[in-house]
Ligand binder design. Sequence first.
Ligand SMILES: Nc1nc2c(ncn2[C@@H]2O[C@H](COP(=O)(O)OP(=O)(O)O)[C@@H](O)[C@H]2O)c(=O)[nH]1
Ligand SMILES: [Mg+2]
Ligand SMILES: [Zn+2]
Length: 277
Amino acid sequence: MKGQIIKIIHNTHVVLSDSKCYECSCRGKIRNQNIKPLVGDYVIFDKDENVIEEVLERKNFFNRPMVANIDQAILITGLKLPDFSLNLLDKLISWMEIHKVEVIICLTKEDLLSKEELDKVYEKIDYYKSLGYKVVSNKDIDTIKKLLVGKTTVFTGQTGAGKSTLLNKINPDWDLKTGEVSKALGRGRHTTRVVELFMFNGGKVLDTPGFSALDFTQFDKIDIRDSFIEFRKYPCPFKDCMHINEKECSIIKKVEEGEILESRYRHYKKLINQDRR
Ligand SMILES: Nc1nc2c(ncn2[C@@H]2O[C@H](COP(=O)(O)OP(=O)(O)O)[C@@H](O)[C@H]2O)c(=O)[nH]1
Ligand SMILES: [Mg+2]
Ligand SMILES: [Zn+2]
């Protein structure tokens, strides 16, 4: 049978298949596959023996938290307390693009801004929409619920941005504490964090406080460049142009002309200039 691992405790792998959970073991590393199963892995398992036989190819995986096959990320983006940060938003989008995770931007705390302040925010946000990113507000609960169907979704964003508040509105059963530092689904009373996918609406949800320490030095600069998806629209004379100081770079030109949001370009340069190992 095929299923997805939603939780691992010691050597017990909880595999979800056809809305049923099976507690499976795994004989060390899988035979013929030098691989240790992760939460999120799709596996072939024997439901009578309760043994995982094969880990299917991963679409992506993350190190912290250790999790595989994330389809989409809802980036909880507070507009105040903590302040709206395009820098963090661009970092998270780049991170998700590199991992081949679909991006959904969810704005919170719109109620704390004046009409003028909100218009300014939306000027920027409209740019992200024009790139094809979905944008929702934390008031659009029904829209968000629909987005979860059939997907494995990670909720992430700055502490205090309103992640737990939103998750509670989506499913009151989760009953998460709000206004508290680093409480997350699955953390409970234990200090060591258990990574767990929560079932909802035929989809699975992962709540994680960080990706806070987003370490970009592990990535190739070319992958970071390509994660700024609008750059692909404007080919440069040099095939391998990094858009820094190359002659006749179309990206630099488009930034000057205001076609590309200046802050996006600035944040791009910041990411590729970080010290590398
Ligand atoms: N005004 C306002 N406050 C919010 C909103 N969403 C969350 N909050 C508040 O912001 C604080 C932090 O929310 P919480 O959900 O714990 O954030 P988390 O750290 O991302 O899980 C809490 O006091 C919430 O009540 C919102 O849309 N508007
Ligand atoms: Mg929280
Ligand atoms: Zn260029």
